[in-house]
Ligand binder design. Sequence first.
Ligand code: FES
Length: 142
Amino acid sequence: MLRRISQLSIGSRLRGNDVLVVTLKRGIEVPQLVFLPHPVFCPEGAVVEAPSGKSICDVMLENDIEIEHACDRVCACTTCHVLVREGFDSLNEPEEKEEDMLDKAWGLEAVSRLSCQAIVGAEDLVVEIPKYTINHAAEKNH
Ligand code: FES
């Protein structure tokens, strides 16, 4: 006769006909990203779901929030700068190169990130796009 075992503690031993039953949690939690209204990029604000592992910049672009990304997401500009109002600590740690670039960003705050370098973790986020960016190339054309 089989014996169902659904929990093991350290030191437990399975015996001859024991069957270990592993129950996986159903569904995968997908973090929700709230983008606060920005007059140009998302006047109404937006709420989207995005799997962990994507950059905030990619999530925005995939959801028609056309944030500037002048260096094409290689951490060589500050046009994709965002302020992560909630969930900041769930993001990956910024690398030194990102921190160096952020020092040049308009409106730098303790919750600033370059969105192309900030990877969505397991928590929901609230993201604000700053009112201005520093993009000399764009400024010349306007
Ligand atoms: S797009 Fe240039 S640093 Fe993110």
